[in-house]
Design a protein around this ligand. Structure first.
Ligand SMILES: [Zn+2]
Length: 309
């Protein structure tokens, strides 16, 4: 009756909404949701900041927030540094735009980071905001050819910028990163990165290097960051992570050998934790928290079915 694998989860924040159809060119611009950014902040119609937050990086969340529709804001699309068509959500066009860093929010609206809008915006708009943030960042950073320096041009057929001189194509970049939650009997290994909010611990994570499989990356990252050896790697789930353009691929694995030795530059502290005595954890916005919650639930469930608890 003990579960040998952790139950998978269906959908994570930032997953493509089922009712969304991607497109790059719009024949007849019309009414639309506008995902307007200033840096990493999204322009939203917003209520008072009075909802508690499960994210140590966010003090409070707004009572409500909405992505603006064109009909309420006829200025949308004008004065933007860049403007991209995203596609159609449930019959309504979706547009992404960027305003200058000094742009002020109109009355009744505010600039908010996506972390503060998690669980406030509806799931589909939240996911498309993440997509818009990544595409705007890609458009901003690929205006010139990386090979010959010529100004690039956006294709009308697919999401790519092409150099008219040397034909180099620049597609939106996605950087794969693996996440590992290491189990040792009824304990899990959690670590603190140097940039984490005070008291917060999470699973280990790192970017995949060229010439490396996900499994190899996982073993290397765990060995480098905390000095332990692992085996029995099980896939958990993946999540698009738009800060700025990652794909997080999460695994559960078992400790084999080695004592924890945190890597000085990256890891401030790492420990084995009992599942009933966990430290502060990341927000449910991230796959890290879903992974930890799922493994903790599995360990508790397994403990119930054994006689020593
Ligand atoms: Zn070129």
């Amino acid at each position: 009756m003990s579960a040998s694998s952790v139950s998978p989860i269906k959908e994570l924040p930032f997953s493509r909404p089922l009712e969304f159809e991607h497109a790059v060119d719009c024949a007849a611009p019309g009414e639309g949701h506008w995902f307007v950014f200033r840096g990493e902040q999204l322009l939203v119609e917003i209520g008072p900041l009075e909802r508690p937050s499960d994210d140590l990086r966010v003090r409070a969340r707004p009572a409500w927030a909405r992505v603006p529709l064109q009909k309420n804001h006829n200025w949308l699309g004008s004065a933007s540094l860049r403007c991209l068509y995203l596609g159609v959500l449930d019959g309504t066009q979706c547009w992404a735009a960027e305003l200058p860093a000094e742009a002020e929010a109109p009355a009744g609206m505010a600039w908010q980071g996506l972390r503060a809008l998690f669980s406030v915006l509806d799931d589909a708009c939240f996911a498309l905001a993440g997509r818009a943030l990544q595409l705007i960042d890609w458009d901003r950073t690929h205006q010139f050819c990386g090979r010959c320096g010529e100004r690039t041009e956006a294709s009308r057929k697919e999401r790519v910028r092409v150099c008219p001189a040397c034909k180099l194509s620049a597609y939106p970049r996605v950087a794969p990163a693996v996440m590992a939650l290491v189990k040792r009997q009824k304990q899990i290994l959690l670590a603190r990165g140097r940039h984490f909010p005070p008291g917060m611990f999470s699973a280990l994570a790192g970017f995949v290097e060229p010439g490396e499989s996900l499994e190899q990356c996982l073993a290397r990252e765990v060995a480098e960051e905390v000095g332990v050896q692992i085996s029995n790697t099980r896939y958990f789930a993946s999540q698009s992570w738009p800060f700025p353009h990652s794909l997080m691929i999460a695994f559960v694995c078992d400790w084999v050998s080695g004592e924890i030795k945190p890597q000085d530059e990256e890891i401030e502290e790492a420990n084995w934790f009992e599942v009933l005595q966990l430290p502060k954890l990341p927000s449910k916005i991230s796959i890290a928290r879903r992974l930890i919650d799922a493994v903790v639930a599995q360990i508790i469930e397994e403990s119930k079915s054994t006689t020593d608890v």
